[in-house]
Design a protein around this ligand. Structure first.
Ligand SMILES: [Zn+2]
Length: 157
């Protein structure tokens, strides 16, 4: 079995919410891609309901790209405690955390149903399973704690 970094992380030792740089990979031309662990909820303590994390996924896809350059993909963990974020280059964790915080603030304070992109049967694989209410409430929970720049200590919050 290949060793998967995410499975070597001690999930009992982390202090969510946080952004953690998992790895930097380099392609044959030298291009760097950074993989981040964006953890919104304390592992094995809570999880965002499916409809809420689905709506966060759709909204962050646009909101994050508007706030920081180089986003390749942001996709939810199966455990529903956060997201993998892939980015071109080697962005600094505080910059990623700030862009996420601003995105969540929009969701918590301003977003309406019209701000959720891609919620038709044409555009989404399960368009009935969305909840702006749940996304908003969890955005508030994450913002109340603040997104740390370190997975194991509360830094920058
Ligand atoms: Zn979808």
């Amino acid at each position: 079995m290949p060793e998967i970094e995410s499975f070597t992380l001690d999930h009992t030792a982390v202090k969510a919410p946080y952004v953690r740089r998992i790895s930097v990979e380099h392609g044959p031309s030298g291009d760097a891609i950074t993989n981040f662990d964006v953890r919104f909820v304390q592992p094995n303590v809570g999880e965002i309901p499916t409809a809420g994390i689905h709506t966060l996924e759709h909204m962050l896809a646009g909101l994050l790209r508007e706030r920081i350059a180089g986003v390749i993909d942001i996709s939810p963990f199966g455990c529903r405690t956060g997201f993998h974020l892939l980015m071109w280059g080697e962005p600094a964790v505080p910059d990623v955390a700030a862009a996420l915080t601003e995105s969540l603030r929009f969701i918590a304070d301003e977003a309406t149903e019209a701000d959720i992109p891609g919620v038709s049967a044409l555009e989404c694989g399960n368009y009935r399973d969305h909840s702006l209410h749940t996304a908003r409430e969890w955005a508030k929970v994450v913002l109340a704690d603040g997104i740390s720049h370190d997975a194991f200590a509360r830094v920058g919050v």
